[in-house]
Design a protein around this ligand. Structure first.
Ligand SMILES: C[S@@+](CC[C@H](N)C(=O)[O-])C[C@H]1O[C@@H](n2cnc3c(N)ncnc32)[C@H](O)[C@@H]1O
Length: 254
């Protein structure tokens, strides 16, 4: 893994993070895809949720920055393409853009929102959910501290963009969207295994600043820092997720 990089592995993602797409039902319901609509799934991952859009009768193009995740999505028979959210290459061709659990990985949010506006037909919808506010705050602070303690700049290694409602609404409005709903939703989430699985899957951008032989020790330190708050009496681990869920319509001129 190169320094500062988060890498994605479809098998590990399925093992440690299937709950991410499983918890996508409410945002799919908010999108309410209609038969025959052309929809872009932005940051589609391994395509588990994209398949649900197809099942509703929509025509779907799925994009993701990770070639590995896109291979996983293509193996499901999806029209899936490697593309960064900050550099979308579409012009007025979609009825809706959908995104689950991906926009917080794209730090240049202005470029993303502008690209989404360009990709939509006039009147098109942008509906999504991603990390907002103090999302995974305990884990994030423990990861930053683990890097700082080893002489690195933990805050600079932080790969995430977690806005609140007002900040993201302003970005959407600036790109010509009318925001129909936007809310922060605290979602304490049980994990399928130990916190180590979560750290292995999601904290690569932090850990990659350390030497390989420091990873286990840093992870153990993070585990102990969050144990009291994130592990319950039965030994089950949770993540302190907060999601920002929104629905917007392209109404303004671009
Ligand atoms: C937690 S996964 C969510 C995947 C899927 N939407 C789901 O609900 O399971 C986040 C995805 O965002 C993708 N991603 C991260 N940065 C990206 C970027 N700059 N542009 C496009 N996709 C990106 C990752 O490759 C990863 O597949």
């Amino acid at each position: 893994m190169s320094v500062g990089r988060q890498s994605w592995h479809p098998e590990r993602y399925a093992r440690n993070a299937r709950f991410v797409s499983d918890l996508g039902a409410p945002v799919l319901a908010l999108l309410a895809p209609r038969r025959g609509e052309r929809i872009l799934d932005l940051g589609c991952g391994d395509g588990a949720l994209t398949e649900k859009l197809l099942a509703e009768g929509a025509e779907v193009v799925a994009v993701d920055a990770s070639p590995e995740q896109i291979s996983g999505a293509q193996a499901r028979g999806l029209d899936a393409r490697v593309m960064r959210g900050e550099a979308l290459e579409f012009e007025q061709e979609f009825d809706a853009v959908f995104s689950n659990a991906a926009l917080h990985w794209m730090k240049d949010a202005d470029a993303v929102v502008e690209g989404v506006a360009r990709a939509l037909k006039p009147g098109g919808r942008f509906v999504g959910e991603f990390g907002g506010g103090d999302n995974v705050g305990r884990l994030r602070r423990a990861l930053i501290a683990a890097l700082d303690r080893r002489g690195h700049d933990g805050a600079a290694a932080d790969p995430w963009y977690f806005p609140d409602e007002a900040e993201y609404e302003a970005k959407l409005a600036a790109a010509g969207f009318t925001v129909e709903s936007i809310e922060l939703i605290p979602r304490w989430t049980p994990l399928p295994g130990s916190i180590d699985g979560w750290l292995e899957t999601f904290s690569g951008a932090f850990l990659s600043h350390l030497l390989e032989e420091q990873h286990a020790e840093a992870m153990a330190e993070v585990r102990e820092a969050v144990r009291e708050e994130l592990q319950d009496e039965e030994g089950r681990w949770h993540a302190d997720y907060v999601r920002l869920r929104f629905a917007a319509q392209l109404t303004g001129a671009r």
